[in-house]
Design a protein. Sequence first.
Length: 392
Amino acid sequence: MFSSRTAWNLSTNRFTDAIERKRRAGIELLDLTASNPTTCGFRYDDAAILASLTNPKALTYEPAARGLPEARSAVAQYYGSRGESSAPISLGDILLTTSTSEAYSFLFRLLCDAGDEVLIPRPSYPLFDFLANLDDVRLVPYSLIYDHGWQIDFHSLESVVSGKTKAVIVVNPNNPTGSYLKQHELTHLNEICARKGLAIIADEVFLDYPLTAQSPLESLVANIGTLTFVLSGLSKICGLPQMKVAWIATSGPVEQKREALARLDVIADTYLSMNAPLQLALPALLNLRGDFQEQVQQQVRKNLVELDRQLAAKSSQACRRLEVEGGWYAILKVPANQSDEELAIKLVEKQSVIVHPGHFFDFESDGYLILSLITPEGEFAEGVRKILTAIQ
């Protein structure tokens, strides 16, 4: 009766079961996997956000496949304020979607026939598997390697390109490694993609959250080396995932870009999923991003300092933090004397602390825990103390 593309294993795993048992028993858990900024204690300008949704123009239906001009203009101004390109980004190169998930779906349908392949970094966020299944696309991993910082393993990437490969996904900065794409990596990636006829899909939702002075801040929004699609949106830029506004910015060789945008027009026009109130609110919402981003940067940096302080006080090589350049997460390298799932379950059952085991992000081996740096500071400090107490 049901499609094979939805034949997922819907049973809960042992890790989830352990969490649910604690909660049913009424035991309070320290959750170091926080990903929802609206519940992490940040201040929002409630009045300004709500006022942005009261534009009377929203009562008139004006269908626009790529999105209303004033909304796309706000996105162009966002990139212009970052100084990403000497030339302004054309409104025609921007297409609004309700989420980056929808943007991925549009691009998979644009680029791939059923059974075609898209390369994806490993480790990375697990959402891609579900999106690819729903669009009949096969994901093929390429490796990120760690050596005093994360970098693309180009030998791994080139070795998995096949006749069915249509695109390479890069996450800039990556989630959870927090590694930005470097200029020399982009140059090499452009060369490979141009030679093999592949597009780049660049997920840049965490771009605005660098953690070091050396962190690259360049977007791929002006990349012309190969056909490139940049994805971002309000979820991370403004901490407003509930507002459901995202976009695709297209760049690359002129003729390829023209053909891509023409086809995306039809895909977007088929759904017309963007709603008028939020399109009209987008300029005001983007203008509010500065205060939110400053709060996040402060909280993330304080938590990172606290993590390093506790690790130093432990005076042990058993645990160490891996280098991170940006984003909201930290990776803790721990002894691999049990599976990451077993360790995460132990932390729930014995310490009442929730962390992501490394396999959640498709790490190739055990010995990794992922901590959210937007966790409220007191909870984060106490959670780290319990983790390090449990790991000898």
